[in-house]
Every structure is written in structure tokens, then in C-alpha cells.
Design a protein around this ligand. Sequence first.
Ligand code: GUN
Length: 287
Amino acid sequence: MSAVIIDGKATSKKLRGEVYEKVAKLGAMGIKAGLAVVIVGDDPASRTYVNNKKKACAECGIYSEEYALSAETTEAELLALIDKLNAKEDINGILVQLPLPKHISEDKVINAIRPDKDVDAFHPQNVGKIMTGDFDFLPCTPAGVMALLEEYGIDVSGKRAAVIGRSNIVGKPQSMLLLHKNATVTICHSRTKDLAKILRESDIIVAAVGKAGFVTGDMVSEGAVVMDVGINRNAEGKLCGDVDYAAVSEKASFITPVPGGVGPMTITMLMKNTLKATCIQNNINLD
Ligand code: GUN
């Protein structure tokens, strides 16, 4: 079998168009959607992500502000900025790019963001809502995976899904979103025994490991759906995912490429969350 390549760029373009239209509707009511993006230090990958987030805002008609702070910024200074952004009327969403420098507690910073401006869905209140299924904001990367599955008509109900990785940003919320859609979910991680056996028994695999070529062709059964969340550099410095794409795409029914798969969707979901935050804060329902 040769897999259908899931086009995250095309799906993103379509969904960003929908966000743009709704943002324009708000604009006609005199309401502007605004996102603040905070970056601390000069990590090149974080810089690229932040630039892409600002570009996506412009594409969707969302006002954005960037706060680029030096790596020496203290925790107290960053918390003071969060306080200011929490109160700022033209800012509906706050995104603090992670990772933060070691001397700043990510937990403290995430906890300081007003939950109704937490467009990453990292605040414990929003994480709790994801557990119960009664959520306002979906975590961006897992939501991007779910939106691609929906776009390609892939029904997950009753299917066996394996999520590789248990991070707070991807693995854990991804498992919950799949569970809410009635998949039978196995969360795999570095201590999992017989990982290959679990993957071979899975209809859907979401790889969020952070290791190039981690999922090999022999780990995947014919017809499986493979969603690759990894963003790595291989030995030649080329961008690649967690999945051995050449081998796995021969067996899978659907596969996401890297780049051009889940990556663009993550930022698109951030745009959707910023729109949602603006609607919630203004008591408007555009759905
Ligand atoms: N760093 C890597 N992924 C993310 C993300 O989704 N949100 C934020 N804020 N930082 C990240």
C-alpha cells in the first residue's frame, strides 16, 4: 500500500481562511482579536516558531504584539509582564514560547496566565477541562492532529490508537482528545515494553518522541494511519519527523509528512484559540 499524504499546508490554508472570515465578522462589530507572543532568550527554533505565529496572525487578520526579552530576564520581570498582558484590553490571547531559560519556572509562568487568555491550553484549569471534555481551548498540536484526521474523513471511533510520548504539551492531551472521540488509546513512552508490538496492533499512531526515524517500517501494520508530530534534524541537518517516512509510507494508509503535515496545523489551531478567546471575552458566539 502507498499512503495518502495528508496535506497540512492545504488544510491550514483552508482553516485559516475560515478564521479570517470570523475575525472579519468581529471586526464589523468593532471587536479586534489580539495575541501577545512572548519569547525569552534567543533559541533559533523558538525564534522561527514565533515568527511563524506572527505571520499567521497577519494572515488571519489578528492583531499581534511581540515581547522579545533577553535570556537574563528574571522570573519576577516575566511574571510582571504576564500581569500587564492579563489586564491589557486589546490582548485576548497570551502565548509564552517554551522552553524558558532554566532560572524561570515554566509552571509559575503558565499558572500566572489568565485562563481565558491561555490560548496554549497549558493552564491547569484548561488542562482539567480537557480531561472532562468540557473545554474552551484545545491544545494546539493535538488539536491539529485531530483536525487533520477529520479533514481526511478518518473515523477514530472504536479504533486502537497508540500515542508515543507523554509530554504535557502533546502526548497526554493527544490521548485525551482521541479518547473523547472513542478511540481505545495506549500511551507509550521510554519505559514501554514491546513498543513495536503495540504499534503493530494499532490502527492509528501518533508519534511525538523527538527522535528522527524512531518509528520504522517493521513497527507499522498495513493500512495504519500515521501522524508524525516530530520536528527533528537528521544527520545531514535536514528537517524530519519521528517516522521513517520512506519505509512507513509504503505500508500506511495515511501519513503526515515533515515538514508540511502537523506543523502548520499547530499554528492554525493557535489562531482558532485566539478567535475563541476573543469571542468568549466579548460574550459572542460565532459557531
Ligand atoms: N514550544 C514548543 N511547542 C510549543 C507550544 O505549542 N506552545 C508554546 N508556548 N511553546 C511551545
